[in-house]
Design a protein around this ligand. Structure first.
Ligand SMILES: Cc1ncc(COP(=O)(O)O)c(C=O)c1O
Ligand code: FES
Length: 390
């Protein structure tokens, strides 16, 4: 029996069509995309600009608004630190930077790190459904603020925030608005123009592209200015020095193009797979509850196996790849900070597993995973009961 991969929220495999675009750029067309005095550099630069247009199209941006970086971690650091520092140095003395308790660590830590530079970090709570109450944002913005950062879709629960509404609240108070869209991009339709936001972070490896490349959307009208994180040659219009990995960037572009073309079909298919998994678990008498609001990404579900340790289920079902909490925190034993921020008790959070089917998951994979999981849950409950009576 082959192993079943249900951890697409941690990372996705490269689509073979993406591999086909990248391969020649490693070997034959290996030029430095910034060395445009000869054909090798020009070809690499052409591949980068094609990708810039493809990534821009996925989110309704202008290609000139796309800054390529190493991934969403860097994009989030650049957006938050870059915008806050530039504003403070050139502007109005606004020191407040606002985010939400369920954000990815790279956002939370970027905001917290700014405290050492004299900024005023504010971390807003969420409700039991994982959603930020817009009134809490309004209250926080009573103090003039530099920046608000709210993710579009959560990486552990798939819960969606109402980015358009939150961005409008921020704009009315004169704060910039950034959104971590690493999980949302390519999964749900996104139009940065319609959302009227200033910055958005993307990562290629969440949408069937390669690891090690991502992008920051930086609005041009009105222009958002950032202090760069790195000193250097001034590539990417001065916002991100360093030679771009043309092959990875081109792969990201192709992945974005495929994601855009297949978005509606894939969302429907993933929703059906996710619902089939939950249904099959119910049929096999595995008592589960979904964590978070109804409005969620199609491909991520956080399931609480009532009364059953999630870590023990994982250990008992090694042929299913899944996770407790996010990939970067899964080495830690503490239960997910995202779930406890939603008001789950430590015990409830410790009963929760994240399952994320993807483009290459089949209905047969889902049926098999449900069987394995239900069986593992039953075994674990048996062991727990035996320990209680021993
Ligand atoms: C919501 C979110 N933000 C940021 C990241 C970090 O992205 P990257 O691995 O590209 O640095 C991830 C994935 O780990 C994520 O899910
Ligand atoms: S009960 Fe299904 S595999 Fe054991």
């Amino acid at each position: 029996m082959r192993d079943i991969y249900l951890d697409n929220a941690a990372t996705t495999p490269c689509d073979p069509r993406v591999m086909a675009v990248m391969a020649p750029l490693f070997v034959e067309e290996f030029g430095n995309p910034h060395s445009t005095s000869h054909i090798f550099g020009l070809r690499a630069a052409g591949a980068v600009e094609t990708a810039r247009a493809q990534v821009a199209a996925l989110i309704g941006a202008d290609p000139r608004e796309i800054v390529f970086v190493s991934g969403a971690t860097e994009a989030n650091n650049l957006a938050i630190k870059g915008a806050a520092r530039h504003r403070l140095r050139h502007g109005d003395g606004r020191r407040r930077v606002i985010t939400v308790a369920t954000e990815h660590k790279c956002v939370l830590e970027s905001v917290r790190d700014l405290a050492a530079e004299g900024f005023d970090p504010v971390i807003l709570p969420v409700g039991r459904d994982g959603v930020l109450d817009p009134d809490l944002l309004r209250e926080a913005l009573a103090t003039p603020s530099a920046l608000v950062s709210v993710m579009a879709a959560n990486n552990e629960t798939g819960v969606l925030q109402d980015i358009g509404a939150l961005a409008q609240i921020a704009r009315e108070s004169g704060a910039l608005f950034h959104s971590d869209m690493a999980q949302a991009a390519g999964k749900i339709p996104i139009d940065v123009g319609a959302l009227d936001i200033d910055m958005a972070s993307l990562s290629a490896h969440k949408l069937y592209g390669p690891k090690g490349v991502g992008a920051l959307y930086v609005r041009r009208k009105p222009r958002v200015r950032l202090e760069p994180l790195f000193s250097g040659g001034g590539q990417e219009r001065g916002m991100r020095s360093g030679t771009l990995p043309a092959a990875l960037v081109a792969g990201f572009g192709k992945a974005a193009e495929i994601a855009e073309a297949s978005l509606a079909d894939e969302a429907e298919r993933l929703t059906a797979l996710r619902d089939a998994l939950i249904e099959a678990l119910h049929e096999r008498q595995a008592p589960v509850a979904v964590n978070g609001a109804k409005a969620r990404l199609p491909g991520i579900v956080s399931l609480r196996f009532l009364g059953t340790s999630a870590l023990a289920i994982m250990a008992s079902a090694p042929e299913v790849a899944m996770s407790v909490g996010s990939a970067c925190s899964s080495a830690a034993i503490e239960p997910s900070y995202v779930l406890t921020a939603m008001g789950l008790s430590v015990e409830e959070a410790a009963e929760s597993l994240r399952l994320s089917p993807g483009r290459f998951t089949s209905p047969a994979d889902i049926a098999r995973a449900a069987e394995v999981l239900a069986c593992a849950a039953q075994r674990v409950r048996g062991q727990q009961a035996a320990r209680m009576t021993a």
